[in-house]
Design a protein around this ligand. Structure first.
Ligand SMILES: C[S@@+](CC[C@H](N)C(=O)[O-])C[C@H]1O[C@@H](n2cnc3c(N)ncnc32)[C@H](O)[C@@H]1O
Length: 303
């Protein structure tokens, strides 16, 4: 079956176009507040799915191993320029529909500002359920279609899709907003157990952002976030999930798996930053490159 389409950020200027100096300090701070409330501060292995240029990487320093996983090699290179000196970090390029890790590997999974690019949420969650260590934590942020602005626009007939309908809305190519109830249904179906929910970015209004300091807005947002337990009307929602309880934790010496056939693959010798990982399954035999410390599982090599 064909893999779902991917929103490709290769070569993108996402960091400078969207974040740096672009008036989004409030959103950044508010997201860090929510993440700080839901993320276990320490642990063994953490993976950020769709980590981009590693904007949030400094939130993960309590973990022994941190995988920054993304489809874009160029964004990962930016993350590596910042964090490559730190042996805790591993930089892995690949597709979240074909994750290159053994089952039960990660204590903690984080996914922020990326689900809106997922055309097939059940397929993605099923991959995450495989790599989740039983009983661990999954912190998911998603774009909320049932936000106040969308409700008002719908009421004023300035928007044709209903914010109350459960199914995702694709408001631009490969950009989806989700209904909180639909997301909980998908999480539960995949075996995750959704729990504490926070709403984030309540004050994402140009006029407020212009006149109120970002730190004050983020502080106010922090006060409003716990209301997500009862209602979700903000544009962004964070939900903490417990990993599925079935399956076994990964053996300590197993990390990567072939994304094509899921056979465990041996890593490079310790300290090596260049080489090839070969799938030992004779029916597969795929070869994956590691170049300057970037594991590349996007495209199998031949020969
Ligand atoms: C809007 S950016 C968010 C980056 C980061 N989470 C942040 O908040 O700064 C979305 C990221 O998702 C990644 N992405 C999109 N589709 C993907 C896929 N199928 N597999 C892995 N990463 C993907 C993109 O490459 C991009 O870096």
């Amino acid at each position: 079956m064909a893999s779902p389409p991917v929103c490709d950020y290769e070569g993108s200027d996402y960091r400078t176009r969207f974040w740096e100096g672009q008036g989004r300090d409030y959103e950044d701070l508010a997201e860090r507040t929510a993440l700080g409330r839901l993320l276990p501060p320490t642990g063994d292995t953490l993976i950020e799915i769709g980590a981009g240029f590693g904007r949030l990487a400094n939130e993960y320093l309590g973990y022994q191993t941190v995988v920054l996983f993304d489809y874009s090699r160029s964004l990962l290179r930016e993350a590596q320029a910042h964090w490559g000196h730190d042996p805790r970090f591993i930089f892995v390029a690949g597709n979240w529909y074909e994750l290159p890790f053994v089952n039960g590997r990660f204590d903690t999974i984080v996914q922020i500002r990326t689900l809106h690019h997922a055309a097939d949420v059940p397929a993605l969650l099923s991959q995450l359920a495989h790599i989740a260590r039983p009983g661990g934590d999954y912190i998911l942020e998603f774009a909320n279609k049932q936000n106040l602005k969308a409700i008002l626009r719908y009421a004023l007939k300035r928007q044709d899709w209903s914010p109350f309908a459960l199914e995702p809305v694709e408001f631009a190519a490969l950009n989806f907003d989700f209904h909180p109830r639909w997301i909980r249904q998908q999480l539960t179906r995949a075996g995750f157990r959704p729990g504490r929910t926070l709403t984030v970015s309540h004050f994402r209004l140009p006029v407020l952002k212009r006149f109120v300091p970002a730190s004050l807005l983020a502080w106010l947002d922090g006060l409003a976030q716990p209301t997500g337990r009862w209602w979700q009307l903000a544009p962004s929602v964070f939900v903490h999930n417990r990993h599925p309880l079935y399956g076994d934790p990964a053996a300590p010496d197993k990390f990567f798996a072939c994304p094509t056939c899921r056979t465990p693959i041996a890593d490079l010798p310790h300290g090596e930053k260049n080489g090839r990982l070969r799938c030992i399954n004779p029916d597969c035999g795929a070869i994956w490159l590691v170049e300057d410390g970037l594991y590349d599982f996007k495209q199998a090599q031949t020969g």
